[in-house]
Design a protein around this ligand. Structure first.
Ligand code: B12
Length: 368
């Protein structure tokens, strides 16, 4: 990655000042959790990242492999950056027990009555988080800039060269599950993440490389007096996600073989799952929630939903009810564009959506 030299001076702030402003700006802008990390810092799970690349578990996603040094150290591209702000927004209030059917990939005898949106990951049933969350983060940043006019910050969600889950853990937003997801002990893992490198030099944060015990802001009240998140994982001996994954994508001790993940097959590979493995896709149309749906942390989150509710933009779009699975098989490119342009489903392109629908139809016919 090219080094961008900018004459940007750091701004000295205290963690208490930042916390006070986040406490005001996050709820106003529907951000559910926020924190900060001092840059540069050590990546604790650097080895996990390297093994993904060296063992070829990155599903052939070239955007993951470019510029490894830059990905591990954002200050190479942004030498002016002193901290990384991390933001999270819920897209679902957990997964109730038993929710994984019918997208579980098992027999789907009620194929005729299952809305096709039940076969889509929850994160992708409404509007696109790249628009919603990013706008919300930008509003928080604008609010911070009113306080600190010299603030430089480049918010991004998903698309930047940042290991967002690692930073979210470092910033105290949650812990990392065996399924590699960032899990908040009360909100579960139905969370989007976004980050912003900034020139805020924040006094009072844990030293660079030391994970924070708590986020700076959370929509939930503290549950425990002694924060428990500093350990990387709180999965204990639980292996539910490992056992439930129909394609064995989650490794025996945690971590993901992305090339076996249904999410990669249906989103990134656009319906081009290996022909001999298509039956493993079962009734899943787009994305996959199984490793999250079976997670006890998510089932607990669903049982005790927190207020305020999840942003309604992430709920199933009413227009989706106008069509069924069979229509997706024949959706024209124009109709795909019209229906899905501002949704996460856009990512798999029209041909990918038709291919995914074809795999589901074939699997349902076989199972039925
Ligand atoms: C590429 C990508 C994918 C790929 C590959 C995922 C992967 N695990 O490598 C595919 C297409 C498969 C995918 C799937 C999904 N993704 Co995705 N994805 C990304 C993206 C763009 C990059 C991830 C990356 O760099 N992977 C490389 C690996 C090594 O890093 P990592 O997965 O972040 O893992 C880190 C830690 O978890 C830790 N780690 C890894 N293994 C283990 C094991 C243990 C035991 C421990 C303790 C730690 C640990 O080390 C890594 C480095 O810090 C990020 C956005 C971003 N810029 O970070 C979104 C992102 C990770 N995805 C997200 C989501 C929502 C999903 C899905 C749930 C979508 C769906 N329902 O289908 C699934 C979940 C699948 C899964 N179990 O991971 C969210 C995650 C939110 C969260 N709560 O964690 C992100 C952050 C997008 C966002 N901005 O919100 N994704």
């Amino acid at each position: 990655m090219a080094r961008v030299d900018r004459n940007i001076e750091p701004i000295r702030v205290t963690v208490d000042e930042l916390t006070a402003h986040l406490a005001r700006l996050c709820p106003e802008n529907r951000i559910d959790i926020a924190g900060a990390v001092t840059l540069p810092c050590t990546m604790h799970h650097e080895a996990k990242w390297w093994s993904l690349l060296t063992e070829g578990r990155h599903a052939g996603l070239d955007y993951l492999t470019g510029d490894p040094a830059g990905r591990l150290d954002p200050t190479i591209a942004n030498p002016w950056a002193r901290s990384l702000l991390v933001f999270s927004q819920r897209y679902t209030a957990g997964w109730p027990a038993g929710d994984s059917a019918p997208v579980s990939g098992g027999p789907a005898g009620d194929a005729d009555t299952t809305p096709w949106t039940d076969r889509v990951s929850r994160y992708a049933r409404g509007l696109d988080y790249h628009d919603i969350l990013l706008k919300d983060i930008k509003k928080v940043v604008t609010g911070l800039r009113e306080v600190w006019p010299g603030l430089t910050a480049f918010p991004v969600t998903d698309t930047g060269p940042y290991l967002e889950r690692e930073y979210a853990w470092m910033a105290g937003l949650g812990f990392l599950g065996k399924n590699t997801c960032l899990i908040h002990e009360k909100l579960g893992s139905g969370l989007f993440l976004g980050v912003a490198p900034t020139n805020l030099d924040i006094a009072g944060l844990p030293p660079a490389g030391q994970p924070a015990a708590e986020p700076l802001y959370a929509v939930t009240a503290r549950r425990r007096r002694t924060p428990v998140r500093v350990a990387a994982s709180h999965c204990g001996s639980c292996t539910r996600c490992i056992k439930a994954c129909p394609t064995d994508a989650i490794l025996p001790n945690g971590g993901l073989d992305a090339g076996s993940c249904l999410s990669a097959w249906t989103i990134e590979w656009r319906g081009k799952a290996p022909p001999e493995r298509r039956a493993e896709q079962g009734g899943i149309l787009f994305g996959c929630d199984i490793c999250q749906a079976v997670c006890p942390w998510n089932q607990r989150a669903a049982e005790s939903p927190t207020s305020p509710p999840v942003r309604r933009e992430y709920e199933v779009l009413p227009a989706h009810a106008e069509i069924g699975l069979a229509d997706l098989l024949e959706l024209s490119d124009d109709e795909f564009r019209e229906r899905f342009r501002r949704t996460p489903l856009w990512r798999c392109h029209p041909a990918g959506m038709r291919a995914n629908a074809g795999v589901v139809r074939d699997n349902l016919l076989k199972e039925g």
